[in-house]
Design a protein around this ligand. Sequence first.
Ligand SMILES: NC(=O)c1ccc[n+]([C@@H]2O[C@H](COP(=O)([O-])OP(=O)(O)OC[C@H]3O[C@@H](n4cnc5c(N)ncnc54)[C@H](O)[C@@H]3O)[C@@H](O)[C@H]2O)c1
Length: 264
Amino acid sequence: MNKAAEWIDLTGKVAHVTGGARGIGRGISRALAMAGAKVMVSDLRLEDAQAVATEIGGQAMALDVTDRAAVDTAMAATKSRLGGLDILVNNAGVYIGYGGPVRSITDEMWKTLWSVNVDGVFYCCRAAASIMIDQGKGGRIINVSSTQAVSPGVGVTYDGSKAAVMQITKALALELAQYGINVNALAPGPTWVREGVPPKTGGQPPNRSGDPLADTVADRIARLPVGHWADPMEQGKAVVFLASSMSDFVTGIYLPVDGGWLTL
Ligand SMILES: NC(=O)c1ccc[n+]([C@@H]2O[C@H](COP(=O)([O-])OP(=O)(O)OC[C@H]3O[C@@H](n4cnc5c(N)ncnc54)[C@H](O)[C@@H]3O)[C@@H](O)[C@H]2O)c1
């Protein structure tokens, strides 16, 4: 194996990916397994998580990241079932059904989204960091934020939650550097999580819905410099970079993988 291939090789590493049953989480789980990691795929949907685990030769478990006790148990079980915990990817997140103008957002919408996107990230970081510190061999935590953290458009609930994830990442990077644990945020741009090939963008101006928030996002997607949505595997490749020795000196960053979205 040449040196650069060794840098990217995750053989012998154990990764836990939350929300790994579909979409970006499935792409991340597949990419980590292709780089050699043993992957625990967790999700609310156990059957779909099991299908991904079978596809990549990993293992699966049911996990609701909003359940603090279940998170503690899941991270400990990852270590006991796979022999350690070296990489945590906090991917589980929700967005559909939580947008819209501020006065239409209910307390329940706000609390539900923040419990998954922020509380869940915190619970998983705390449980995994504790295990990694005790193991004494460093580690990697990768939190899935969004371009919306710095370029809002989906709505106050989601955009605020992803900015919180970005800052939680930086604070933890500062604290955990002394243990050799690198903590970074991935900021996906528009990523196609449905069936089929990611659609091309550009060309025709988007149909206007009249909702300023939705129209802002649609306008930006239409002008996306690379001209197409991302495939989940493109997010997975960036996670392999952040999980591997390729990024040994990288911590506390917010990495847009966005096809040029943030240049707009
Ligand atoms: N798709 C995009 O364009 C895009 C862009 C930027 C950021 N993101 C972020 O990427 C992440 C994945 O998004 P996606 O588009 O793949 O979403 P998705 O809805 O396709 O998949 C999310 C997965 O998370 C799981 N999940 C939801 N709530 C959970 C909980 N409480 N506990 C455990 N698992 C739970 C779901 O069951 C699902 O399998 C999210 O954090 C999202 O905010 C997505």
